[in-house]
Write a protein that binds this ligand. Structure first.
Ligand code: NAP
Length: 484
């Protein structure tokens, strides 16, 4: 065994916390987790809009090693998930490794080590870097004329103003992805007027939400097998497998099943024929990220939410002007307009071996070998990096699978049999070629716009099944790697 390696983990969200726990458990405690914000939690710290709920069943959205019997509902509200991560870092004693207010601005591979630079001028050095900086964390502000002229309250969904009391307010929500749908569903009962600006309709898969009782929670605590029944049970996993089979083959029976469920939800859930047509998409279900909701259609009908599908012309001091000529006077504009999903670790500057700049390597599209490693970036591992699986399943499970792959790749380095590991350029190029070709044939590439698509319109995602990903992660093909 060689002396302990120095690990730098970037980001203390779900993936970074996982890395810290796994490293600490393996005795690798020469470790620091740099977090740019004031607290941990990533997505669950940044998002705190009304209605925020994870649409993965709560018991399935935990680390496999840290089940949580105390969820309040089948689908957990965001703040509870944030509390879960706060608790886990103490339960697993990794808070001591986390340095908040510590933004990594550059990583450069020099003389066999990573030089790390932080925004406040600090420097560090690492043998191994784990980039766990998240995906959806660069808010996308819409390019709408006059946006800055609005004199009411206006913010992106990931910058929600918690001081805002929505009751009695006239509120406009721009965007109807998973976020916009959750916000509108939550605000409908309290807002005085609510306008949902819908540029393109969305398919909605109906799901059932319910609260757990104290007796349920006591039962989960008394018998962990009851949690396992949900987490590892057929209902959830059949759903995951159905979903990923459908993504891979848009003509599959699985896709037909999903489409039928969404279609029936629309036909039976929306009474007014005109509204129904307004909400009817003209593309495959799951082409855009499929929305799971138990209350959107009901809420917009019960509370007379206005769904406006005509294009926004401009924003003025007091509201939004539509191209149709209609004007909505508003107190609040919420921008549920999504994220720049192609940035990953950017704007951190990453310079690999031979001066390879990650910006150049990603000039065409962000990519990583099996979503985890990068040629010319030795001992640099990404969790939930580019080309990983996305969809309506737990990214915690994805990160855990990726950790299994990373742990195997690092082993020779940790054992002193090698100083570094990186995939070969050839192996990565071949992977990426196969991936791009397969991705074009997934449902994401069937003719809708979404954050899944890169600048060339190619889905930037894992294009094969969930099981194929788990399989790939279970054993790295070492022939595709160089050890130095
Ligand atoms: P999104 O899915 O990218 O949706 C952005 C929305 O904004 C779309 O409806 C888009 O319309 C609209 N939009 C963007 N620019 C616009 C403009 N200039 N004018 C009018 N409309 C505009 O973003 P998101 O809803 O924040 O969701 C992002 C991802 O976060 C989700 O796909 C999901 O992965 C994750 N998420 C997960 C959960 C969960 O429960 N697990 C909850 C929320 C979010 P077009 O469709 O016409 O482009």
């Amino acid at each position: 065994m060689s002396e302990k390696k120095r690990f730098v983990v970037i980001g203390a969200g779900m993936s970074g916390i996982l890395a810290a726990i796994k490293l600490s458990e393996a005795g690798q405690d020469n470790l620091v987790v740099y977090e740019k914000a004031q607290t941990i939690g990533g997505t669950w710290r940044e998002n705190h809009y009304p209605g925020l709920t994870c649409d993965v069943p709560a018991h399935c959205y935990t680390y496999s090693f840290a089940p949580h019997p105390d969820w309040s509902a089948f689908y957990a509200p965001g703040p509870e998930i944030q509390s879960y991560f706060q608790r886990v870092i103490d339960d697993y004693d990794v808070r001591r490794f986390i340095q908040t207010d510590s933004e990594v601005t550059h990583c450069a591979w020099k003389d066999g080590k990573w030089e790390i630079g932080l925004a406040d001028g600090r420097r560090d050095e690492a043998d191994i870097v784990i980039a766990a900086s998240g995906v959806l964390h660069h808010p996308r502000y819409p390019d709408i004329e006059g946006l800055r002229n609005f004199e009411g309250a206006m913010f992106h969904s990931a910058r929600w103003d918690d001081a805002l009391d929505p009751s009695g307010k006239r509120i406009g929500v721009i965007g109807n992805g998973s976020t916009g749908v959750q916000i509108v569903s939550a605000l409908a009962p309290t807002a005085r007027e609510l306008v949902h600006f819908q540029r393109s309709p969305q398919w909605i898969l109906p799901v059932t939400q319910f609260e757990y009782t104290d007796a349920d929670r006591a039962a989960f605590r008394a018998d962990p097998a009851k949690v396992d029944e949900i987490r590892y049970g057929e209902e959830y996993w059949n759903g995951v497998r159905r979903f990923t089979s459908a993504i891979v083959d848009p003509d599959s029976p699985q896709m037909k099943e999903i489409e039928e469920l969404c279609l029936r939800n629309l036909e039976e859930g929306v009474r007014d024929p005109e509204l129904r047509e307004t909400l009817r998409p003209n593309y495959h279900a799951a082409c855009k990220r499929l929305i799971y909701s138990w209350n959107y259609y009901d809420r917009i009908q019960e509370h007379d939410v206005v769904i406006d599908t005509s294009a926004i012309d401009r924003v003025e001091k007091r509201g939004i002007h539509m191209k149709s000529g209609k004007f909505y006077e508003l107190d609040v504009i919420a921008l549920a307009t999504g994220f720049h999903a192609d940035k990953f670790i950017k704007p951190t500057k990453v310079i690999g071996a031979g001066g390879q700049d990650l910006d150049d390597f990603w000039a065409r599209r962000p990519t990583a070998h099996y979503a985890v490693t990068l040629p010319s970036f030795p001992n640099f591992f990404m969790l939930n990096g580019p080309t990983g699986p996305v969809g309506n399943f737990s990214l915690i499970d994805i990160a855990e699978l990726q950790w299994g792959y990373i742990a195997q790749l690092m082993r020779p380095v940790l054992q002193g049999d090698a100083s570094w590991v990186a995939p070969t350029r050839e192996a990565h190029a071949a992977y990426e070629e196969r991936r791009v070709e397969a991705a074009r044939n997934t449902v994401f590439g069937t003719g809708c716009t979404s954050w899944y698509l890169d600048a060339e319109g190619v889905p930037g995602t894992w294009p094969w099944s969930y099981d194929a990903f788990a399989d790939a992660m279970s054993k790295p093909n070492l022939d595709e790697y160089k050890f130095g």
